[in-house]
Design a protein around this ligand. Structure first.
Ligand SMILES: [Zn+2]
Length: 115
């Protein structure tokens, strides 16, 4: 099963935003029922990134790369990078995977690979 992360598309102006807000950033309407739920695209461009050498203890890794990616629809999302040598502006593709887990839960997020 292919997993997705969902964004909120304004029924009035069509603007897509992520994460959820009760007010559309574009047309400033504030009726929070006026959104359609749409999957975020999985292709985009790497805007910036950083490396964490001491991630929190609930990450099962000693090294973590995080990036901010501008997706094809203009949304921006933070995700893990599974790219050996990331460069700003490179094209990436995402997969929704478990990025963190504790005793009872697992948390999904976008993991980006070189496109
Ligand atoms: Zn709107």
């Amino acid at each position: 099963m292919e997993r997705n992360i969902y964004a909120y598309k304004c029924k009035r102006c069509g603007h897509v935003q992520y994460p959820y807000r009760t007010i559309c950033r574009n047309c400033h309407e504030n009726d929070h029922n006026e959104f359609d739920i749409v999957p975020l695209p999985k292709k985009g461009k790497l805007l910036t990134f950083t490396h964490l050498f001491n991630p929190p203890s609930d990450f099962s890794t000693v090294f973590l790369s995080l990036g901010i990616v501008e997706l094809e629809d203009g949304s921006r999302i933070t995700g893990q990078l599974s790219i050996e040598r990331p460069t700003i502006g490179m094209h990436v593709r995402a997969n929704v995977e478990v990025v963190r887990k504790d005793e009872y839960n697992q948390y999904y997020g976008m993991v980006f690979y070189e496109a």
